[in-house]
Ligand binder design. Structure first.
Ligand SMILES: *Cc1c(COP(=O)(O)O)cnc(C)c1O
Length: 458
């Protein structure tokens, strides 16, 4: 007999948070009041919250104990030095600039490194990252491999960069116009897809010849390292912590949102190897974030972050983390629900174009599907399609190839039975998909419109 190996969690539950159960009538009213945007729902009205894995994770008892050891001195908190030590030891970067969260680091990095008219290539865009690059005068260029834009491609490293696209940009604009390449581990908008170390090393070789830096968006680097361990030749026996270090070694610095891998509710940082860039960042940080030894975080936040970073690179933790995501994906596939392949690291991405093929992209299929899943069961998901993609500088809509609904799993929060409920609810919506009508946008904010846009049913 071939006995399956479980992904069971390396922890037990010490405290629980009760959730309010809702009726269909209550959900109907809540969704209408929220303008059919799941971001505008009250958390109280949500049963299983898969909006994001950002800041919604369960901290460990060690992290909570760390909260009590917060040193809330204005300057020179001991928690800052602990965090600095952990970042140097785990990632190998020399200098730490703490920020209130990831986008704080993106803002500082973009302001320092990007000049007007510069090209900033990246393996697909991320909403806040690209906006900060654009606000600093840069022009984003997508250099991810084509497979990433195809939800059916089973390429194991869809986060990889197409080196030909990078070379073409260098040829067209000149290396001087490219301050750095922004490499994300894993690629959120492509479905949580990893980049391989082989590809990253090739990119390093190419960019070195041209004096172009590599800046990592290492928000989910531990999950990326897990995929390298599982699927890249030569890494099966290498612990995640070592793979993480090897990734960082190929880069010049990184922005980090502490709210994902590290399981804290708030926090982030910019990490750098170059003293001059660090000096500039340390100057700007006092304008936008806080003093250079707290950068928008309380001492207790920095302590919980330091402990969480260490927990995130544990092999057993990551096996259960990604194992749960894959369990949910397999449940969905049993119901023939179209999901992005291969299953990524932080959630299941349902292909709304395939789920609701009778809707045009202007009728917001992903936004519609997210609303329908909430109406069915109170499960909250998020649109990752045309609404999230926003508009270009000239006002035209971006029309992304991928029109997805993200079912994001917070770390260490929900159980296997919850996964079953999620798959069952999505399957119920799938059964009545032909009857589902699209929506129109009735309010559109200027920046990052997906957060606050409002819709009406057609
Ligand atoms: C969340 C996220 C960010 C931004 O971080 P915040 O802490 O939310 O500001 C940047 N990049 C990626 C890939 C993310 O997922």
């Amino acid at each position: 007999m071939n006995i399956k190996k479980s992904w069971a969690e390396p922890y037990k539950i010490k405290m629980v948070e009760l959730i309010k159960m809702t009726t269909p009538a209550q959900r109907k009213k809540a969704m209408k009041d929220a303008g059919y945007n799941t971001f505008l729902l009250k958390s109280e009205d949500v049963y299983i919250d898969l909006l994001t894995d950002s800041g919604t994770n369960a901290m460990s008892d060690e992290q909570w104990a760390g909260m009590m050891r917060g040193d809330e001195a204005y300057a020179g908190s001991k928690n800052f030095y602990h965090l600095e030590r952990v970042i140097q030891e785990v990632y190998g970067y020399k200098y730490l600039v703490p920020t209130h969260q990831g986008r704080g680091a993106e803002n500082i990095l973009s302001q320092i490194m990007i000049k007007k008219g510069d090209i900033v290539p990246g393996n697909m865009y991320f909403t806040t990252t690209r906006l900060h690059q654009e606000l600093a005068g840069g022009i984003f260029a997508d250099v991810i491999i084509d497979e990433a834009h195809n939800s059916e491609s089973e390429h194991p490293f869809k986060g990889d960069i197409d080196l030909n696209k990078v070379e073409a940009l260098i040829k067209k604009h000149g290396a001087k116009k490219i301050p750095y390449i922004c490499v994300a581990t894993t690629v959120n908008m492509a479905g949580g897809q990893p980049i391989s170390l082989k590809n990253l090393k090739e990119l390093r070789k190419l960019t070195k010849q041209h004096g172009i830096k590599i800046m990592l968006d290492m928000t989910r680097i531990a999950e990326n390292a897990y995929f390298i361990q599982q699927n890249e030749k030569g890494y099966a026996e290498v612990p995640i912590v070592k793979i993480v270090r090897e990734i960082c070694n190929q880069t010049d610095g990184a922005t980090m949102s502490g709210k994902k891998d590290a399981c804290v509710n708030i926090g982030g940082f910019l990490a750098l190897n170059d003293w001059d860039t660090f000096e500039e960042a340390r100057n700007l940080i006092v304008v936008y974030e806080g003093l250079h030894t707290y950068g928008g975080m309380a001492g207790r936040d920095m302590e919980a972050l330091a402990i969480g970073l260490l927990e995130s690179v544990d092999d057993h933790h990551m096996n259960a983390r990604v194992g749960q995501v894959h369990y949910l994906g397999q449940q969905m596939m049993q119901y023939n629900i179209p999901i992005v392949q291969p299953i990524g690291g932080h959630g299941i991405f349902v292909d709304a174009k395939k789920f609701l093929p009778h809707l045009t992209q202007d009728q917001f299929p992903a936004q519609t599907l997210a609303a329908e899943v909430y109406l069915d069961s109170g499960i909250r998901t998020m649109e990752r399609g045309i609404v999230s993609a926003g508009r270009k500088a000239n006002g035209e809509n971006y029309y992304p190839k991928l029109e997805l609904v993200r079912f994001t799993l917070p770390r260490r929060v929900y159980t296997q039975a919850h996964m079953d409920v999620i798959a069952e609810s999505t399957a119920r919506v799938f059964e009545k998909r032909n009857k589902i009508k699209g929506m129109k946008m009735i309010y559109e904010p200027k920046y990052l419109r997906f957060f606050q846009a409002r819709f009406e049913k057609l």
